[in-house]
Design a protein around this ligand. Sequence first.
Ligand SMILES: CC(C)(COP(=O)(O)OP(=O)(O)OC[C@H]1O[C@@H](n2cnc3c(N)ncnc32)[C@H](O)[C@@H]1OP(=O)(O)O)[C@@H](O)C(=O)NCCC(=O)NCCS
Length: 212
Amino acid sequence: MKDIPLFTTENGAANLILGSVQGFGTAYVRVLSARDGKALAAECAQFCRAAGAEGVYATGLPEPEGGLLSTEIWRMTAQKVRLPQTQAMLEPVTAETLEKWAALYNRKFRAVPNAVWLSPSLRQAVLKAREAFFVTLSGQTVGIAKGAESEIHAVAALAPGGGRAAVLALARKLEGPEIALEVASVNQKALALYQSLGFRKTETLAKWYKIG
Ligand SMILES: CC(C)(COP(=O)(O)OP(=O)(O)OC[C@H]1O[C@@H](n2cnc3c(N)ncnc32)[C@H](O)[C@@H]1OP(=O)(O)O)[C@@H](O)C(=O)NCCC(=O)NCCS
């Protein structure tokens, strides 16, 4: 489903992000300007629901009109040289393995706050950017990972220890000296993993509210 870059009403303007509606049932609203935040949120939520969204989340609402805080998005960083060593390896995703990787990604990220559903067109973009990997340890696939430059975009575990293997194998490939990632503050398992590896919060990037 196409995004609506500029959704305007007499109550304000917002960017409606509808790309994850089909796969995850979630829509995201970036409020650009609000005369009446509460009324604008209600209008955006109504539009997104009509487009098929079950959950609608907004950022940029003037406080305290946001409603129920869903999650904050935190930026975390670690010094590459201080990360532990790993035996895990990265196996780049190819045209032949893309669908398998995307299916695993969509299964693991379905319940992750603010995760993007990998639509067929996004899958092709990921393949072209060469930023997606299977993570293997002793010949077994234990996780999946995605990242570029010095940013970890996503990691998921497919076996015990797979999360750690994915972070460390991807970080080794990425450009240093500092490795960065974004995480939803309510994603306890991810936070515990990142903290255990030495990542520290440096910034709150956004606050997302459940609306509608
Ligand atoms: C965040 C995450 C990587 C943390 O992992 P962890 O707590 O360190 O867990 P471990 O590496 O010890 O592995 C346990 C995981 O392996 C999975 N696992 C174990 N055996 C498995 C098997 N045979 N097949 C598939 N998955 C298996 C478990 O279900 C568990 O994943 P879950 O936490 O999603 O339920 C993991 O919880 C995850 O993949 N979450 C979903 C994606 C996510 O939130 N990523 C972070 C945001 S970018």
